[in-house]
Write a new protein. Structure first.
Length: 410
């Protein structure tokens, strides 16, 4: 039985009660005293590349580390997630404590961590989400080495496919198709640095790949043949003119555009990837409909201007990502625990909306939040990404308080 179930206390009372536990205070000291070890573990995790759809080596590394941290049954599931159950006295409540394995960087990227005299760590993916994975290992160690037993159980998970075209496939499989589908009672994702942010709202998004194909030809001799790049340019111009509202916040982005083989060649094919987001499902629907119509009309306009006798362009608009939205209400126990745990550690919390692994849980009605791992970072998603581990212990303490508030000390 959890602390919350055992007494008529509020989530706020539960956090304060946990702070009186000698085992919790011992774990807090552990986080402070082993800071250097956590930094080294962090560097080792990040040095194992995890490009999109290539997370296997990092997942296997995490499996090995969790196994020696008191979770011998750690394994990879059918989607490639690393899963490890820490059993409590009972199977339920069952909390998923997760971080994502993948980075945005392609295969071949040098992921070795560069350490500076100030303590700063630099490497692609060092903060997103290397610090979350390091937190999972640190928390698993704390449970094992500080003798923390729980009433409920915790499923440690390193997920695949959180970034980009991964479309949250790891969290989606875990919660909808894998052996754990339907079992968790709450979900926490540790993603990136910081302590103030509590992401309780899931930012919905849709992502498209638009492909235009035509006959191609010579830029001079075949002028008038419809040009796939020109068609995409027309579509981009239409999208750029869309009156996106500031409230609810709604955004669009053409993140990649490619095609053609030379400056004097009419391309046979061109492609672009487009990201659409909104805090409002209604606004996202409007933007989505506008974009699909703009892509179709852009191809029609290019075809209308083609030289007589030349074949028209074909356009394909393919959905490559669909992240559901929703929110865990602020008054829900998990959110209140996260807010109070942040406050008692001396930081002012704020509730946030973003797109993370928690989107899948939230869309299925499962209480979920995404929190930072402590520390600070910058230049995210660039080769010069950095992480400062100062304050990492606060992130670990907060995660421990929230987790124990949900599953309870035994």
């Amino acid at each position: 039985m959890s602390i919350l179930a055992a007494t008529p206390s509020t989530p706020e009372d539960a956090v304060r009660a946990l702070l009186e536990s000698e085992r919790v205070r011992g774990a807090f000291r552990f986080f402070e005293e082993r800071a250097g070890e956590f930094d080294e573990e962090h560097a080792r995790i990040c040095a194992v590349p995890a490009p999109p759809f290539g997370e296997g080596p990092r997942a296997e590394y995490l499996r090995g580390r969790l196994a020696v941290c008191g979770l011998p049954d750690a394994r990879l599931d059918a989607e490639g997630n690393c899963v490890a159950l820490r059993r409590g006295r009972a199977r339920a409540p069952l909390l998923v404590l997760s971080a994502h394995l993948d980075t945005v960087f392609p295969a071949g990227t040098d992921c070795e961590v560069r350490r500076e005299a100030t303590g700063l760590m630099r490497a692609p993916g060092i903060a997103d989400d290397g610090c979350g994975l390091a937190a999972l290992v640190a928390l698993a160690r704390a449970f094992a080495e500080c003798g923390i037993e729980t009433a409920g159980s915790i499923l440690f998970v390193g997920t695949v496919g959180e970034e980009g075209e991964g479309d949250l496939r790891g969290a989606r499989h875990l919660l909808t198709a894998g052996e754990w589908a339907g079992a968790p009672t709450a979900f926490i994702s540790i993603d990136g640095p910081g302590l103030e942010r509590i992401t309780h709202a899931a930012l919905a998004s849709r992502r498209y790949r638009v492909t235009c194909r035509g006959a191609g030809g010579h830029s001079w001799g075949d002028f008038g043949v419809p040009n796939p790049v020109h068609a995409l340019g027309r579509a981009v111009a239409r999208l750029a003119a869309y009156p996106a509202p500031k409230r609810p916040r709604t955004t669009f982005n053409v993140g990649r555009i490619e095609g053609g083989s030379g400056v004097n060649v009419i391309p046979r094919e061109a492609r672009m990837d487009v990201d659409l987001r909104s805090e409002s499902p209604v606004e996202l629907g409007r933007l989505d409909a506008f974009f699909r119509r703009a892509a179709r009309e852009a191809a029609e306009d290019e075809n209308a201007a083609r030289r007589s006798g030349t074949p028209p362009l074909e356009v394909d608009v393919r959905l490559i990502g669909d992240r559901p939205g929703g929110a865990t209400p602020p008054e829900q126990t998990l959110v209140r625990l996260a807010v109070e745990a942040t406050r008692v550690l001396g930081t002012r919390p704020f509730l946030d909306c973003s797109s993370t692994d928690s989107n899948i849980a939230i869309s299925r009605g499962l209480p979920a939040v995404t929190i930072g791992a402590g520390g600070t970072s910058g230049n995210t998603h660039t080769l010069d990404e950095w992480y400062d581990p100062a304050g990492r212990d606060l992130g670990l303490k907060r995660a421990l308080l929230i987790a124990l508030g949900l599953v309870g000390l035994a």
